[in-house]
Ligand binder design. Structure first.
Ligand SMILES: Cc1ncc(COP(=O)(O)O)c(C=O)c1O
Length: 386
């Protein structure tokens, strides 16, 4: 019997009760003072999370819209663009640039491996005419966090405009937009922000604005200049996702009450516990050690496990919803999200359910190994900090 679903995909993430209540109110005038106050609070709060004093634009769209806005505002058809990738979202970023007519230079690594800064430096040298570099901070398809600070330094040293897909990292994994020299960073409201899908958050540096003024791709809905002009009047150019703005405001308040460092630490702690639990149950962690994501854990199943049947059983019997693999890893991988509103008990519950399901599918006896590994990981952390 399950009474509440454990939504453990890497976004959309579960909504805390406070966030749900924040949306339970009448619609307001999106061009009135009440919305202007919310927009201002969200913008300022998000800047503190991004660690930036650059402009921060709120676009009504999913995260991909924010990424598309970066390409539409920075890249002209025929421009050389370097894309570093090792997973499905990096692939998509490259496809997006190609769709705008960019001449895409791919720096590609195997799935589950990080992008190597030295290789990025080499590729940038080979493409001196490129102006823009597209990086993925947290590759959600493989559960891997790239060494973003080092990658950004390489790209900045080469004089490039650095665009970062931080959709599944920003607000859950530390990022220093200004200190690291990131020109454009993008996130999505449905990830660590604990709000529903609906807003892309996009930070834009002075250098990016200068490039924006020169770039010649067609743009309308995602024109940054429009977004900035209207934001200065406390509005958005087009009708915003007002209900999601209520939620984002509350989610941000929760992040600030907990404190960003504590939020990051919680994500790290729960990632380690999830990894320990899955390994104890015979799963093989997919992303290279040292680069495993704090927001999503990817793992190859124990031999003989039918991933689709396993996920279905978890959902229907235990109310636990986890993700499978994407693209070439469809049916071959599981991905457990642990970002946003997630606590110790959630990880225990998820691993308990996984253990039960494995027994039911005749893969391994449910002898408590998974849960024991989770609790001992959590207690180890607690002991170390006492
Ligand atoms: C790293 C990354 N980039 C881009 C996206 C696409 O975001 P959206 O589905 O909000 O458009 C996602 C979504 O999971 C993501 O994890």
């Amino acid at each position: 019997m399950t009474f509440q679903t454990q939504l453990r995909i890497p976004g959309p993430t579960p909504l805390p009760e406070r966030v749900m209540r924040s949306m339970n109110r009448p619609m307001i005038d999106h061009r009135g003072p009440e919305f202007a106050a919310i927009l201002s609070e969200i913008t300022e709060g998000a800047k503190r999370v991004f660690k930036t004093s650059n402009d921060l634009l709120l676009l009504t769209s999913s995260g991909t819209g924010g990424l598309e806005s970066a390409v539409a505002n920075l890249v002209s058809p025929g421009d050389e663009v370097v894309v570093a990738l090792s997973g499905n979202f990096g692939e998509r970023f490259a496809a997006l640039a190609a769709a705008y007519g960019a001449d895409v230079a791919r720096l590609e690594f195997e799935w589950g491996q990080p992008v190597e800064p030295d290789d990025l430096a080499r590729v940038l040298e080979q493409h001196p005419k490129s102006k823009v570099v597209l990086l993925t901070h947290n590759e959600t398809s493989t559960g891997l966090t790239n060494p973003l600070q080092r990658l950004t330094r390489v790209a900045r040293d080469a004089g490039k405009i650095v665009v970062v897909d931080g959709v599944s990292s920003i607000s859950s994994i530390a990022i220093e937009t200004d200190a690291w020299g990131i020109d454009v960073a993008v996130s999505g409201s449905q990830k660590g922000w604990m709000a529903p899908p609906g807003f892309a958050l996009v930070s834009v540096s002075e250098r990016a604005w200068a490039q924006q003024a020169k770039a010649r791709s067609p743009r309308f809905y995602f024109d940054w200049k429009e977004a900035k002009t209207w934001a200065e009047k406390g509005m958005t150019p087009f009708t915003p996702a007002v209900g999601v703005a209520f939620a984002l405001q509350e989610g941000l308040r929760m992040l600030e009450e907990e404190g960003l460092e504590a939020v990051y630490e919680r994500h790290a702690r729960l990632a380690r516990a999830t990894q320990a639990g899955l390994e104890a149950l015979g799963f093989q962690l997919y992303a290279r050690e040292g680069y495993r994501s704090n927001t999503v854990t990817s793992a190859l199943p124990p031999p003989g496990l039918d991933v689709a049947a396993f996920r279905k059983l978890l959902d229907t019997k235990y109310g636990v919803v986890i993700a499978g693999g994407q693209a070439k890893m469809t049916g071959k991988m599981v991905r457990v999200g642990h970002l946003g509103a997630v606590a110790e008990g959630d990880v225990v519950q998820v691993l308990w359910a996984i253990e039960q399901a494995l027994e039911e599918l005749d893969i391994a006896p449910a002898d408590g190994r998974g849960v024991a590994a989770v609790t001992s990981s959590l207690q180890g952390v607690a002991a170390a900090t006492r």
